[in-house]
Structures are given as structure tokens and as C-alpha cells.
Design a protein around this ligand. Structure first.
Ligand code: ZN
Length: 87
């Protein structure tokens, strides 16, 4: 069998590579390829999108003023200085 570390051809009965001494009874080390990265990043991205919509759904159900998107006019008088806000 071929050594996964140094590609040295060894007898199938041997347990250690005769060139580098790697234990051949261990399974070869797995490294994630680009497909694995793409799939993992897609799942993370979808989870973040789902979390965003879930959080915004529950935030919009909160009572006022936490569900307001517009800032009240009386809080921004510099935006309309000539208008007097009725009390
Ligand atoms: Zn080897």
C-alpha cells in the first residue's frame, strides 16, 4: 500500500512506513475541499438570514416606540426649524 504521507510503496502487511515511519493503520487525514467550504459557508449564510428575519419579526411585535422606524418630529426639531410642534 502507498504511504499517504510520503507516497512510498510499502508491503500491505507492514504497519509503519519504511521511509517516514508513519503509522499505516491510521486512516488518512481528511482535509476539507472547496465544496465542503462552499456548503459550510452557505449554511452559515442561510442561518444568518434566518436569524435576521426571525429577530426582526419579534422586534416588530414589541410595543411602541420600539416598533417605529421613523423618528418623531419633536425629537428632530433641526430638520424643520420653522415649524412649531404642537404640544
Ligand atoms: Zn511514508
Amino acid at each position: 500500500m502507498k504511504c499517504p504521507n510520503c507516497s512510498q510503496e510499502n508491503k500491505s502487511s507492514t504497519r509503519l512506513c519504511k521511509k517516514c515511519g508513519r503509522d499505516l493503520t491510521l486512516p488518512p487525514v481528511w482535509f476539507p475541499d472547496w465544496r465542503w467550504h462552499l456548503r459550510a459557508l452557505s449554511w452559515i449564510f442561510l442561518a444568518l438570514i434566518g436569524f435576521f428575519f426571525t429577530a426582526s419579526h419579534f422586534l416588530h411585535r414589541l410595543p411602541a416606540p420600539y416598533d417605529q422606524r421613523d423618528i418623531p418630529k419633536e425629537m428632530t426639531p433641526w430638520l424643520n426649524p420653522n415649524k412649531i410642534v404642537a404640544p
